[in-house]
Design a protein around this ligand. Structure first.
Ligand SMILES: NC(=O)C1=CN([C@@H]2O[C@H](COP(=O)(O)OP(=O)(O)OC[C@H]3O[C@@H](n4cnc5c(N)ncnc54)[C@H](OP(=O)(O)O)[C@@H]3O)[C@@H](O)[C@H]2O)C=CC1
Ligand SMILES: CC(C)=CCC[C@@H](C)[C@H]1CC=C2C3=C(CC[C@@]21C)[C@@]1(C)CC[C@H](O)C(C)(C)[C@@H]1CC3
Length: 418
C-alpha cells in the first residue's frame, strides 16, 4: 500500500512547532559553537564567555566573499562533466540527469586556492571572518528557502515531495515542498548537497591550518590529522558523487530550509569545529596516540566505504561478481535485500563506520573539553533519527520482507548494543 502523501502524510520533526523551534535553534547553535570555540573556557553548554555586537555579524566583505564562493562553485558545476548520471525513476516515470564533476570541482578549487595563495591571497585571514560568513550563509539559507517555497507553488503536483506538503506554511517551508527544484538543468538540491558546503568545509579547515602555522610557526600534528581525515571524507563523497543520488535526501526529502541551511551553513561552520577549537586551544599529541587515532579513522572508513560500495554495487547490478555470492531476501517489489556481508552484520553498517570516523575526528582535540565532541554527539542523534525514518520507509516499501530482514539482522547500527 502506498504511504499517505501530501496533507495526509504523517508530520515529522515535531510538526510545525518543532520546525519553528529548529529554525531558531539550528542557527543559534552555529553561532554558539563559533563563539565557544574561540573563547577561553570553550564550553559546549552554557552561555559563551562574550557575546559580539551586531556589528561583528555583518560585513559587506563577507557577503561579497560568500557570493563569489557560491558563484565559483556554480560555475564549476556547469563545466563539462566526465559523466552524466541518471537519478532514480520519478513519479511521472522520468529520470533526471546529473553531472558527475564534483571531484573535478574540488581539484579545480584547490588549484585556484593554491594559485591565489602563491599570488598573496591571505587565506589565514579567513578564520577571523567565520562569524560574518556564517551570518550571510544563514541569511542566504532563509532567502533561498523562501524562493524554493514560492517556486513550489507553481510546480506540478508530480514534482512535489511525499512530505513537506502538509498545507502548513511553516512546516512546509522547513521540510521543503519540491523534490528536485531546478532551473533548466541546474539542480539546486544536488548542487547544495555536495558543493559549496562540503568544499567550503575543507577550505575553512585549511585556512585554520594556515592560521595556526602563522601563529605558531607550523601546524600541529592534531591539526594535520583533523584536516587529513576530513579531506579524505569530503574527497570520498565527491569521488563517489553518483551514490548520493540514491540517498533519502535526494529521493525522498523535499528541498526546504532544513537541507538548504544544513548544506550551506551547518556543514561548513559546524563540521569544521574541531579545527576551530585546535586553533584557539592547541593540544599536545604524541606519535603513538596519533597512530592509534589514524587506525580508528582507517577502521571507520573501511566499514563506511565497504558498506556503501557493497550496497551501491548490488543495487546497480546484483550479478556483479563482487556481490553475486551474498545471501539475499526477495521482496514483493522485485528488489532484494542483502542479509550477508556488511548488511548482514547490522542494518546500517555505513552509519557505524561514519560514527567511528566521527570519533577519530574528535580524539586529536584531547579529552579536556566536550566542545570538539559536539559533532560526534549531534551525528549520533542525527543517525539514530535518520535510521528510524529509513526503517519506516523500508517497512512501507518491503512489508513482510523487511520484518524478515529485521529478524535475521536484529541490530540497527552497533552490534549487540543498538
Ligand atoms: N556526515 C553527515 O552529516 C551525514 C552522512 N550520512 C552518510 O550518508 C550515507 C548514506 O546514508 P542514507 O542516505 O541515510 O542511507 P543508506 O545509504 O543507509 O541507505 C538506506 C537505503 O538502503 C537500502 N537498504 C537498506 N538495507 C538494505 C539491505 N540489507 N540490502 C540492500 N539495500 C538496503 C534501502 O533503500 P532501497 O532498498 O530503496 O535501495 C534503504 O532505504 C551513510 O554512509 C551515512 O553515514 C548521512 C547523513 C549525514
Ligand atoms: C541539523 C541539520 C541542519 C540537519 C540537516 C542535515 C544535513 C546537514 C545532512 C543530511 C544528509 C547529509 C549528507 C551529507 C552531509 C550532511 C547532510 C547534508 C553527506 C553529503 C556527507 C558526505 C557523505 O559521504 C555523503 C555523501 C554520504 C553524505 C550524504 C548525506
Amino acid at each position: 500500500m502506498a504511504p499517505p502523501q501530501g496533507p495526509r502524510a504523517p508530520l515529522e520533526f515535531g510538526g510545525p512547532m518543532g520546525a519553528a523551534a529548529l529554525m531558531l535553534l539550528l542557527p543559534a547553535t552555529v553561532f554558539h559553537l563559533l563563539l565557544a570555540a574561540r573563547s577561553g573556557p570553550a564550553r559546549l553548554l552554557g552561555p559563551p564567555a562574550s557575546l559580539p555586537g551586531l556589528g561583528a555579524l555583518w560585513s559587506p566583505r563577507a557577503l561579497l566573499l560568500w557570493l563569489a564562493w557560491l558563484g565559483l562553485q556554480a560555475a564549476l558545476y556547469l563545466l563539462p562533466a566526465r559523466k552524466v548520471a541518471k537519478g532514480l525513476e520519478l513519479k511521472d516515470k522520468s529520470r533526471l540527469r546529473y553531472p558527475i564533476n564534483g571531484f573535478q570541482a574540488l581539484v579545480l578549487t584547490a588549484l585556484l586556492v593554491g594559485l591565489g595563495m602563491s599570488a598573496g591571497l591571505p587565506l589565514g585571514a579567513l578564520p577571523e571572518m567565520l562569524l560574518p560568513l556564517a551570518f550571510v550563509a544563514t541569511l542566504t539559507a532563509f532567502i533561498f528557502s523562501l524562493f524554493l517555497y514560492l517556486k513550489a507553488q507553481v510546480a506540478p503536483v508530480s514534482a512535489l515531495a511525499p512530505g513537506g506538503n502538509s498545507g502548513n506554511p511553516i512546516y512546509d517551508f522547513f521540510l521543503g515542498r519540491e523534490l528536485n527544484p531546478r532551473i533548466c538543468s541546474f539542480d539546486f538540491k544536488y548542487f547544495c548537497e555536495l558543493r559549496p558546503g562540503l568544499i567550503g568545509w575543507v577550505l575553512i579547515n585549511l585556512a585554520l591550518l594556515v592560521k595556526e602555522a602563522e601563529l605558531r610557526g607550523s601546524p600541529s600534528l592534531a591539526m594535520w590529522l583533523v584536516n587529513g581525515f576530513q579531506l579524505l571524507y569530503v574527497g570520498d563523497a565527491l569521488w563517489h558523487e553518483e551514490a548520493v543520488l540514491t540517498t533519502m535526501d535526494i529521493t525522498h526529502d523535499g528541498f526546504g530550509f532544513m537541507l538548504a541551511f544544513g548544506d550551506i551553513a551547518w556543514v561548513p561552520f559546524t563540521y569544521s569545529l574541531q579545527a576551530q577549537f585546535l586553533l584557539h586551544h592547541p593540544q599536545p599529541l604524541g606519535l603513538p596516540m596519533a597512530a592509534i587515532i589514524c587506525l580508528i579513522n582507517a577502521i571507520g572508513y573501511y566499514i563506511f566505504r565497504g558498506a556503501n560500495s557493497q550496497k551501491n554495487t548490488f543495487r546497480k547490478n546484483p550479478s556483479d561478481p563482487r556481490v553475486a555470492g551474498l545471501e539475499t531476501i526477495s521482496t514483493a517489489t522485485g528488489r532484494q535485500l542483502l542479509v550477508s556481508g556488511w548488511w548482514g552484520m547490522v542494518r546500517h553498517p555505513n552509519y557505524l563506520g561514519d560514527l567511528i570516523m566521527a570519533l577519530a575526528w574528535s580524539l586529536p582535540c584531547g579529552v579536556s573539553h566536550l566542545l570538539p565532541y559536539f559533532y560526534l554527539l549531534y551525528f549520533t542523534a542525527l543517525l539514530v533519527h535518520r535510521e528510524a525514518r529509513d526503517e519506516r520507509q523500508c517497512l512501507q516499501k518491503y512489508g513482510l520482507a523487511w520484518h524478515e530482514y529485521c529478524r535475521r539482522v536484529p541490530y540497527r547500527i552497533m552490534p549487540y548494543i543498538y
